[in-house]
Design a protein around this ligand. Structure first.
Ligand SMILES: Nc1ncnc2c1ncn2[C@@H]1O[C@H](COP(=O)(O)OP(=O)(O)OP(=O)(O)O)[C@@H](O)[C@H]1O
Length: 620
């Protein structure tokens, strides 16, 4: 019997062999649309010449850069000719991340002050929403918005919303305007647990402020790391803004570029200095956004009132096409002096109405030469938002205000550099330490004996995902041949980045409808997914860093519901995993579950039979 090479890595019992976990930065990169994906591109060959020897180097063989390179200097250039080695060395790419800015630069942006003076909100804080009449609770929301929330069954604001809404919707009328050229708006960073309602915390103020607009211009830009999240956030915008006349668009690369262009820009034939837009709100992935900035006539960010970077830690780690610098530059007038302003004309030479944003007016030589502040307010959100000033500095934040939702009343004086992880209070966490070969059995034990259902199961790669799904299907066939009723059957499905978007959507719908009970996925597609009935999260392969752990377990225990997280830790990983939890001050929360041989004995026979079937299947 010959096992194909793709299955050669399997452990003795069909579980993946304890190879190094690669769910981190390795093997992943941003695709053409800025979405993360596996590194399965054809390896490019490039030539390097060192020591007069010319040799071909497979670019993919060069170690990938770590997920995030912080304040790292370029390695000093090797100038002297060394006597050895005789063999050519591969040339390593220079780190893409810029140098960390100096303290004085950070202080200029008010960053260290903002980080130390962060406003801490307790996760249990809520604010009732008066559904009609006056806003007696000070939510900042108009009666129309409050009524809409009532229609959606939302009667109180969650902690992150209680802090953000009054801040972004102050009573001062001028600060709620579409353009605020004389009173610079403060930017905002928000760190709040998974499932705590961050999306509504920005959707509500954006809808509230943009609803006052008369002309459609691109005024809110939401950047997210994946297409699935774009779809999810678009749905939230559409539901909340119903009846307010706002137009929402997306740009993810799912449709052709020209189709997207036609959906975003109303007039692409006249050269309009004020830009042209069919949408008020654009939700997008960074790669496609850059394509439109560079390649879509009259696509302009000059009218932006809000720039939201959701899942900011992940997006800030992407240096794809230097996307952030390009987006920020597009919100401001160019540095060089502009030409004299002449009214644009259409193709027949007739004057065309144009609307330059106040900040851009002084760029042209007009009678008005007074400089105006940009009205674009930047909002950053994440459950694991870095507080590393070096990373935040790239955003050029304006007098930023930092909000943190966590149970601790005060941030430790000194810990503003680094990260803070806050979990939902309703989450119960467990780990099982076992041999690698026992992992499938432990999973089956959880499904059978701990009523794990409506669960997301995380693996380290899409390959492991499909292997595990097949193994389970074989196991279920044997196990359920003796099952009392059809009701006992658990339906499992792979949910991987390899699947087309439409197929992923269909699977997610089935999972939501409880026609699929177990969804096996890798980290790439899971981030931010909001499905209320996820009761369990199983990390079949342990996460390699705390951030991944937080985002995985955060798929359950959302919006105040109960949830369980189970992590299967291989014996040789246990020390690393425990240290990771300890460093994050989280070790005590994760209880160890001991599963004995006797506990799994009733399942062993089915498991062995499933393994044999799987091996035969792969051999065919
Ligand atoms: N005030 C509220 N009342 C009731 N439900 C709410 C409220 N705010 C948000 N929700 C619901 O809570 C769920 C989680 O919200 P959301 O997806 O915004 O969380 P999140 O903080 O962005 O999580 P993640 O970091 O995992 O993306 C959603 O289903 C949302 O509809």
């Amino acid at each position: 019997m010959q096992i194909p090479s793709s299955t050669m890595n399997m452990g003795p019992l069909g579980s993946p062999a304890p190879e190094k976990n690669t769910t981190g930065g390795k093997g992943q990169e941003a695709n053409a649309h800025g979405e993360e994906q596996h590194d399965n591109r054809p390896r490019k060959r490039r030539k390097v010449a060192i020591e007069d020897v010319e040799e071909e180097v497979v670019a993919g063989d060069v170690p990938d850069e770590p997920d995030e390179v912080e304040g790292q200097d370029s390695p000093p250039a090797e100038t002297s000719r060394l006597p050895t080695p005789p063999v050519a060395l591969p040339s390593f790419p220079l780190p893409a991340a810029p140098r960390a800015p100096s303290r004085s630069v950070l202080a200029l942006q008010g960053l260290d002050r903002a980080l130390v003076k962060a406003e801490v909100i307790h996760p249990t804080t809520v604010l009732p929403v008066p559904l009609d009449g006056s806003d007696s609770q000070g939510t900042g929301l108009s009666e129309k918005s409050r009524k809409r929330l009532g229609d959606l069954g939302i009667t109180e604001l969650f902690a992150v919303q209680t802090a953000l809404l009054p801040f972004l919707l102050p009573e001062t009328h001028s600060q709620r305007a579409l353009y605020v050229p004389y009173e610079p708006l403060r930017d905002v960073c928000v760190s709040a647990p998974t499932g705590s309602g961050k999306t509504l915390a920005y959707v509500l103020p954006i809808v509230e402020i943009l609803s006052t607009r008369i002309v459609t211009r691109l005024r809110a830009l939401i950047v997210l790391p994946t297409r699935d999240l774009v779809t999810q956030v678009r749905e939230t915008f559409e539901v909340v803004s119903k009846g307010r006349g706002l137009k929402t668009g997306t740009a993810t690369g799912q449709h052709s570029f020209s189709h997207e262009q036609s959906q975003l820009v109303a007039d692409s034939s006249t050269s309009l200095r004020g830009g042209s837009s069919k949408v008020d709100i654009l939700i997008c992935t960074p790669g496609r956004l850059i394509d439109h900035i560079n390649g879509t006539p009259n696509f302009s960010l000059q009218h932006l009132r809000f720039l939201v970077i959701d899942e900011a830690d992940r997006l800030l780690a992407q240096s794809f096409q230097d996307w952030l610098a390009q987006v920020l530059a597009a919100t401001l007038p160019p540095d060089h002096a502009g030409a004299a302003y002449t009214f644009p004309t259409d193709r027949y030479g007739l004057p065309t109405p144009d609307g330059l944003a106040p900040t851009f007016v002084h760029h042209f030589q007009t009678d008005i030469d007074e400089e105006k502040e940009s009205s674009c307010q930047k909002l950053l959100f994440s459950a694991t938002l870095t507080r590393d000033p070096g990373k935040l500095a790239a955003l050029k934040l304006r007098d930023p205000k930092y909000f943190v939702v966590q149970a601790k009343e005060k941030l430790d004086g000194n810990d503003y550099v680094g990260e803070q992880f806050t979990m939902p209070a309703t989450l119960k966490e467990h780990m099982i330490i076992c041999e690698p070969s026992q992992k499938p059995l432990m999973l089956f034990y959880l499904l059978q004996n701990r009523s794990v259902d409506n669960a997301l199961i995380f693996t380290k790669s899409s390959e492991s995902t499909s292997r595990l799904v097949r193994l389970f299907e074989h196991f279920a066939t044997f196990k359920q041949s003796g099952a009392a009723s059809e009701d006992d059957k658990l339906v499992i499905q792979a949910y991987s980045s390899d699947l087309p978007a439409g197929e992923r959507k269909r699977i997610l719908e089935k999972f939501k409808a409880k026609e699929v009970h177990l969804l096996v996925c890798s980290d790439l597609v899971s981030r931010g997914i909001d499905i209320s009935h996820v009761a369990h999260v199983v990390s079949y392969d342990a996460p390699v860093d705390m951030r991944k752990y937080v985002h995985r377990v955060g798929r359950t225990a959302r919006a105040g519901r109960e949830g369980h997280a189970w992590t299967l830790v291989e014996e040789q990983e246990a020390r690393y995993f425990k240290t990771m939890l300890k460093t994050a001050d989280h070790a005590e929360k994760v209880k160890r579950l001991r599963v004995s041989n006797d506990d799994v004995k009733p399942l062993s026979g089915y498991y062995q039979a499933a393994l044999r079937s799987l091996k035969e299947e792969y051999a065919r």
